[in-house]
Write a protein that binds this ligand. Structure first.
Ligand code: ADP
Ligand code: MG
Length: 349
């Protein structure tokens, strides 16, 4: 089943795409696209250059490779090997996996552990987004919480080896691997002559180049309260990664309460703050992916403060009250089209 709900960002309707095409039809051929279920989500790559379809197959081969190294939802992968040797031994992994885990560690440090890929044992208790989702007992959570600690994820950079210090620890790269896959797809496309493309890996968007005639790509920012492709506004970008983390994507509803999938490494429950979605716009998709989850976990004030401190990085945060906060570099870019949403200012303390 295609998880259309997971398409947080999308090119603003096919209409604008058709527009875009009619502007460049004379000399160029139609765009080519390929879609499918990868990384447990709906993915689509659309290329607007005159290249052979093989390019798309190569791009998805790369996505498959990355999934096969980093998944925890298949019988084997490098991450599954690392997890199964927890408390016992180092495991040598590929440069791909090492880089992603190392980057994850960086974001754990930046957020003082609010972003933590060793959250695996807690993710497994909740299973949110799967048919096994349930609310675990407080005791189950208390038993697993001591296993969550990125400081016990030991990286040997010289030999590309990873070891989890405590038995039972589990790495889950769900908050960052799709982002990395986006960057790698971009490399494959560019190496094959692509200059204009939109990569969408489950809502992780990478816009390659610009639209024809050097115009920006126009993207819709998902309305977090209306998941069926409605958007709250639009932004324009060229050559940027745009990633959203939201609590509307996957959740479990029990006894009238909603439980979402971004969890606190401190208490083992879904993180509760004023935020319903965070969109990050930056150069690399791995950073955008990790940061969207990180900023969500940090909350409005600390989240915006962190993004403000990072170069070439902008953010859009939406609260439960439908207030929209942006970094200063995003303020003039975001055009709110749904009047229920109000742009607000925040003086950072
Ligand atoms: P999505 O993958 O649904 O687009 P995110 O990028 O925000 O959303 O990642 C959420 C996923 O990250 C969860 O499904 C889980 O696998 C993992 N995760 C949950 N809480 C945390 C956390 N505090 N730090 C790092 N990863 C987390
Ligand atoms: Mg993420």
């Amino acid at each position: 089943m295609f998880k259309y709900k997971k398409i947080l960002f999308y090119i603003i309707s096919t209409i604008s795409l058709i527009f875009l095409l009619s502007g460049c039809m004379k000399n160029k051929s139609e765009p080519i696209a390929k879609e499918g279920l990868f990384l447990g989500t709906y993915c689509k790559i659309t290329v607007f250059d005159n290249v052979s379809r093989d390019v798309l197959d190569k791009a998805f081969d790369r996505v498959n490779q990355i999934e096969n190294k980093m998944t925890i939802n298949k019988p084997t992968s490098e991450i599954i090997s690392v997890n199964s040797k927890s408390g016992l031994d180092y495991v040598k992994v590929s440069p791909d996996t090492f880089y992603v885990v190392n980057t994850a560690k960086h974001y754990a440090e930046l957020s003082q552990g609010k972003f933590d890929v060793t959250i695996g044992p807690i993710v497994k208790l909740w299973n949110i987004g799967t048919d096994k989702a349930r609310v675990p007992s407080p005791k189950e959570i208390q038993d697993k919480l001591p296993l969550v600690n990125y400081k016990n994820m030991i990286l040997n950079e010289k030999e590309n080896k990873i070891m989890l210090k405590q038995k039972g620890m589990l790495i889950d790269l769900g908050a960052i691997a799709k982002g990395y896959a986006g960057d790698e797809v971009k490399k494959v496309l560019e190496a094959n002559g692509v200059k204009h493309a939109i990569i969408n890996l489950g809502g992780n968007i990478l816009a390659i180049g610009s639209k024809d005639n050097n115009k920006n790509w126009k993207l819709g920012v998902q309305d977090p309260f209306n998941t069926r492709g409605e958007y709250l506004g639009t932004i324009e970008v060229s050559n940027k990664a745009v990633v959203t983390s939201g609590v509307y994507e996957r959740f479990l509803e029990e006894d009238g309460k909603k439980y979402h999938h971004i969890l606190s490494p401190k208490n083992g429950y879904p993180i509760e703050n004023s935020i319903v979605s965070v969109t990050i716009v930056t150069d690399k998709s791995i950073d955008a992916d990790a940061l969207s989850t990180t900023v969500f976990a940090l909350g409005l004030n600390d989240g915006l403060k962190l993004v403000d401190s990072l170069k070439n990085t902008e953010a859009i945060l939406v609260t439960k009250d439908k207030d929209v906060y942006t970094t200063s570099g995003m303020k003039d870019n975001l055009k709110i089209t749904n009047s229920q949403f109000k742009l607000k200012n925040l003086s950072l303390k």
